[in-house]
Design a protein. Structure first.
Length: 329
């Protein structure tokens, strides 16, 4: 039986809890594949799982995203075959490894014109941007020229969303920490960028929109931005929370949404949207199309050897990273 090096935790906690271990890798069963990674993605959800904010059985091999070559397929898998270039964002975790057996449902063929590193860097973040901008829409819908607010616009999801929003004709207002990150968002298609370390983003949004507010806020920050983001919405606007980088959103009075303009609030997660193979393929095809056309370019600003994953997590949590990060097994 082949073995693989993998990053595993046996207890929740800090980056130091991640250990490089040797694990056996068997044959794929029904509905499974075995894939050899050329690159693995790094995402904030990995931090949530490492700390236990999102609980999983222990010991746990971390990682939700990767790209490589399919080595073998199990019974019933018809959309992939041995030798295919493939990429995925998928549950259960387990991509921080050289080789793994995993469910085939969320694995898709990677077009020949997209490199493995790009595939590993874009699947979770790109599919997240897809379901936000294409599926998580306010009741009034989104039309070219509409303003949307996107927090953490210089991050991995944010830079993809800036470009995709521009391609859709939307006026994306991005927030980021510092002038350099704001400039990065603008270079990637944001119509406006707000440095939240210096400016009141609510006041700036009202100024940019002529006092109307935005139709939708896309927020992966959580606790630090949630309440003030509600103030940025126009009547019947949508608050779309999809992450907790600053901590979970605390309980709030649902009755407050009425006086603020009969607002909508939703908590989204990618894995609801890719619950079926068919939906995964539709969303991936949309992502591959905008990347292949050049409308969306995947920016990889950090590369770490898999063994240095603890430093990668420290840099991510300290907000020292921009764009996407890949781990090299």
């Amino acid at each position: 039986m082949p073995t693989t090096q993998a990053i595993q935790i046996t207890a929740y906690g800090g980056p130091e809890n991640m250990k490089l271990v040797e694990l056996p890798v068997g044959e794929p069963g029904a509905g499974q594949i075995r894939i050899r990674h050329h690159a693995c993605g790094l995402n904030f959800i990995d931090v949530y799982q490492r700390t236990g904010l999102y609980g999983n059985p222990l010991p746990l091999t971390l990682g939700m995203e990767g790209a490589g070559i399919v080595e073998a397929v199990g019974e019933g898998v018809t959309h992939l075959k041995a030798g295919d270039r493939a990429a995925y964002a998928s549950n259960p975790p387990g991509s921080y490894t050289q080789l793994r057996v995993m469910p085939a449902k969320n694995v898709v063929k990677l077009p020949d014109n997209i490199e493995f590193e790009t595939g590993a860097a874009m699947m979770l973040k790109g599919l997240t941007a897809q379901y936000l901008l294409r599926r998580t829409l306010p009741v009034q819908g989104l039309q070219p020229g509409d303003h949307v607010l996107f927090h953490a616009a210089a991050g991995g999801v944010g830079l993809i969303a800036c470009q995709w929003a521009k391609a859709l004709g939307l006026q994306l207002i991005g927030t980021a920490g510092g002038a350099a990150k704001c400039q990065l968002a603008l270079e990637h298609g944001a119509a406006h960028a707000i440095d939240y370390t210096k400016d009141d983003f609510v006041a700036r949004v009202k100024d940019i929109t002529g006092g109307k507010g935005v139709k939708v806020v896309y927020d992966s920050i959580g606790k630090d931005t949630f309440e003030r983001s509600l103030e940025c919405l126009r009547p019947l606007g949508l608050m779309a929370s999809f992450g907790n980088a600053s901590g979970p959103v605390p309980p709030f009075a649902i009755g407050s949404l009425g006086p603020k303009g009969s607002l909508y609030v939703t908590r989204q997660t990618l894995f609801t949207h890719i619950a079926t193979r068919e939906d995964t393929q539709i969303m991936a095809d949309d992502l591959f199309a905008v990347v292949s056309s050049g409308a969306v370019k995947i920016r990889i600003d950090q590369r770490y050897p898999l063994a240095d994953v603890a430093q990668a997590h420290r840099d991510l949590e300290a907000r020292k990273t921009t764009g996407s990060t890949v781990l090299m097994p």
